[in-house]
Design a protein around this ligand. Sequence first.
Ligand SMILES: NC(=O)c1ccc[n+]([C@@H]2O[C@H](COP(=O)([O-])OP(=O)(O)OC[C@H]3O[C@@H](n4cnc5c(N)ncnc54)[C@H](OP(=O)(O)O)[C@@H]3O)[C@@H](O)[C@H]2O)c1
Length: 255
Amino acid sequence: MQCLPGLVLALSSLLGALALLQLSLHLRVPSRYGKHEERPCPPRGRLPARCAWFLQELPSFLVPALLLALRSPPRLEPLGCRLLCCLFCWHYFYRTFIYPFFTRGRPFPLQLLFFGMLFCIYNGFLQGYYLIYCAEYPNNWCTDIRFTSGLLLFLLGMGINIHSDLLLRQLRKPGEVTYKIPQGGLFTYVSGANYFGEIVEWFGFAIATWSLPAFAFAFFTLCCIGPRAYHHHRYYLKTFTDYPKSRKALIPFVF
Ligand SMILES: NC(=O)c1ccc[n+]([C@@H]2O[C@H](COP(=O)([O-])OP(=O)(O)OC[C@H]3O[C@@H](n4cnc5c(N)ncnc54)[C@H](OP(=O)(O)O)[C@@H]3O)[C@@H](O)[C@H]2O)c1
């Protein structure tokens, strides 16, 4: 396979356009799963959360891993490949093989699962293709301020995201599906602490890789889960009269 810059530009632009579409669709109406699922679909239209999250996220891990394995000659030496393995695949290893097996979430709508999988194939291919076949970094990239600051942001965001996922999970006993007020960690400051972590993480990845596909993905993440954090926040304010008034929706002390 060769690097086709036109293909990278086209796929990244489409990802940016999809981000704007997400934003326009979900600013007013939240994506209908979890606490925003209005009318539960019939049982045959849903899959247990564990199974659904595993299937949905698997392509994000598998597609870049396959691209790496099929690379000829197969090697990890270029920095782009190592960044892909260490950062992108690391996140999706967690999301595919760890997160689903501990989730206590409600069954997930099949329709959303289908679109989620398509997106993961698309994005897994774009990030993998770019970092394996197109990215070129100078020898001193690892000491460049963009790499070091991006890596720090990525790690910080991933830490916040995983810790917040854990705090949410601990709100329920196995088999429970009720909602409670999240406490501790970054939830002290925002209702969407897990989303804040994920957004910081992908902007960190974009800065560390300094690539158009990664910036397009970070923007997509912001447009996809930013509105969801806002809807979570409104849900909590409406549902719990004792919800902390100083807590913001997504960005501590700001919004
Ligand atoms: N990169 C992206 O574009 C993207 C897109 C979507 C999601 N994600 C990531 O995927 C992860 C899951 O996303 P999500 O939208 O499912 O997050 P979520 O709505 O916050 O839910 C996460 C889990 O916690 C449970 N939960 C949420 N609030 C709760 C409460 N108040 N009390 C008890 N349990 C509660 C949910 O159960 P229920 O399912 O029963 O509500 C679910 O199992 C997040 O870390 C997110 O950052 C990333």
